[in-house]
Design a protein around this ligand. Structure first.
Ligand SMILES: [Fe+2]
Length: 161
């Protein structure tokens, strides 16, 4: 059976070459683990919250994109990296996607732009990305106490598990 190509594949056709071009192998490994980890969890959280598979697809793409620039250019891994990451994603990926509506592209941009505002409650889509990001940090090493003391992470884990 031939695999069905979806809009996620269109997004990956732009994102994966960027990740593959990262020269530092360790940075590349971290990029795949964190970005695809957040993408997967964003999809799970979206479905758990009762949203459609289409929303889960958008959430997954947003998760994969949310920190991409910080792996391509580690000097941009600053407190305000979310804003740089949103602009980078727009210039290198979002503007080149053909199968998405303007509204969907705006949702993805917003999810990336706001993902660092974890102490603020954002719109329903931004919240999926924030919770997925927070949960991935914890689940990649469940024994780190620091993450278990965080309310957002606890609530996200209670929802997922
Ligand atoms: Fe992140």
């Amino acid at each position: 059976m031939e695999r069905q190509l979806t809009r996620l594949d269109e997004a990956r056709s732009l994102i994966d070459p960027i990740i593959k071009s990262i020269a530092d192998e360790e940075m590349k490994r971290c990029a795949y683990v964190h970005l695809y980890g957040v993408g997967l969890l964003a999809s799970v959280i979206a479905l758990k919250r009762g949203y459609s598979r289409k929303v889960a697809e958008l959430a997954e793409i947003t998760g994969i994109l949310h920190d991409l620039l910080t792996y391509v250019d580690p000097s941009k891994d600053t407190e305000d990296h979310a804003f740089f990451c949103a602009d980078y994603a727009r210039a290198h990926v979002l503007l080149h996607l053909k199968q998405f509506t303007r509204e969907e592209l705006d949702m993805i941009y917003s999810g990336i732009y706001h993902h660092s505002d974890k102490s603020i409650k954002g719109n329903w889509f931004d919240e999926i990305i924030k919770d997925a990001d927070a949960a991935q940090h914890c689940l990649r090493n469940p024994m780190e106490d620091y993450f278990h003391q965080n309310t957002r992470i606890q609530e996200a884990l209670n929802e997922i598990l």
